[in-house]
Design a protein around this ligand. Structure first.
Ligand code: PHE
Length: 332
């Protein structure tokens, strides 16, 4: 069989070029150079030729074979390079974009509660005041009408700081000392809230932490009554929790308010939550703050801020707030 080598090489070059991937190329390779290929068949037919012709034809067939092998090899290199690009793209890990966005932080649930409460009271015309976490005995107790040795001091499991006279310096046990600092620093009328961190030597359990947060409110003006206190607590409760929540007051005792009460919040399901203490500012406390109780009157209340966060989100263990487990905190 005569093989038109020129034509065969041109066709071979075209089919090699057309091979779209490595599998297709190896099929083309087998067809062009394998046992059943035209080149192999032609080589087999060489034996039938005259010696001169055989030598000439044999040489041309070997050249053709080498040309085809070269074309296949260079096409293979091209296709391998393309496959490598595809694979690298598929396996690409862009570390600069890993999880970006999902890892954005947010404010702690207690901070969110704190901020919401500030917004709410600022909206009602209150200013925000702060006091030190390390207090002196006078602001935390004395000025608040707890005389030295008064048994009411034992209501607070006080953590004393080893500074100055024994028991003269302490970690504030409540935010009420900031009432005194507000009165010392300005002129009435006062409509202030004082959120902050407080400390008691308590063992952590589901409802207690040795470090927690309170929000104190102090109003001092002319002719402030217990009705103003009750109305303010009710307004705050519906603004914070929503319609359907209400408050009640139960008689209680604090040295710095008279009369004193505990205030509870009622949920729409009828259940009650004890929230904090309140009362009319005691005349001795107004005096300690440099005010004349004949001229000025006021009310104060204080409650645990963390407990409000628990209630709002239906969390049942205070300790969860401070474990810093990202899986827990990221829910709020
Ligand atoms: N300071 C009180 C407490 O921590 C709460 C309170 C504040 C009571 C203001 C009356 C008025 O228990």
């Amino acid at each position: 069989m005569e093989l038109d080598l020129e034509k065969h090489l041109a066709e071979a070059a075209a089919s090699i070029e057309d091979a779209a991937d490595l599998d297709a190329l190896s099929e083309v390779d087998t067809a062009l150079l394998g046992k059943k290929s035209a080149v192999t068949a032609a080589k087999r037919g060489l034996g039938d030729l005259e010696p001169d012709q055989r030598r000439e034809m044999g040489g041309r067939l070997n050249e053709a074979r080498a040309t085809i092998e070269g074309l296949v090899a260079s096409r293979r290199t091209e296709l391998e390079a393309a496959a490598r690009v595809v694979r690298l793209e598929a396996e690409r890990m862009d570390l600069t974009e890993a999880d970006r966005g999902r890892r954005l932080g947010h404010r702690h649930v207690v901070t969110q509660t704190w901020d919401r409460l500030e917004d709410l009271f600022v909206g009602m015309g209150y200013t925000v005041a702060e006091g030190p976490e390390i207090e002196d005995e006078w602001h935390n107790f004395g000025a608040l009408n707890f005389p030295l040795g008064h048994p009411a001091r034992d209501m607070y499991d006080t953590l004393y700081v080893d500074y100055g006279e024994p028991q003269s310096t302490l970690l504030r046990t409540h935010t009420s000392p900031v009432q005194i600092r507000v009165m010392e620093a300005g002129e009435p009328p006062f409509y202030s809230i004082m959120p902050g961190r407080v400390f008691r030597s308590d063992t952590a359990d589901a409802t207690h932490m040795p470090v927690f947060h309170q929000l104190e409110a102090l109003v001092v003006d002319r002719d402030i009554t217990f009705g103003d206190l009750a109305g303010t607590l009710e307004a705050f409760t519906t603004a914070y929790f929503g319609e359907g929540f209400t408050t009640r007051l139960r008689p209680s005792y604090f040295p710095f308010t008279e009369p004193s009460a505990e205030f509870d919040v009622q949920r729409p399901d009828g259940s009650w939550l004890e929230l904090g203490g309140c009362g009319m500012v005691h005349p001795e406390v107004l005096r300690a703050g440099g005010l004349d109780p004949e001229e000025w009157s006021g009310f104060a209340f204080g409650f645990g801020l963390d407990r409000l966060a628990l209630m709002r989100h239906g969390i049942d263990d205070l300790r969860e707030l401070f474990r810093n487990d990202h899986r827990f905190l990221s829910q709020f």
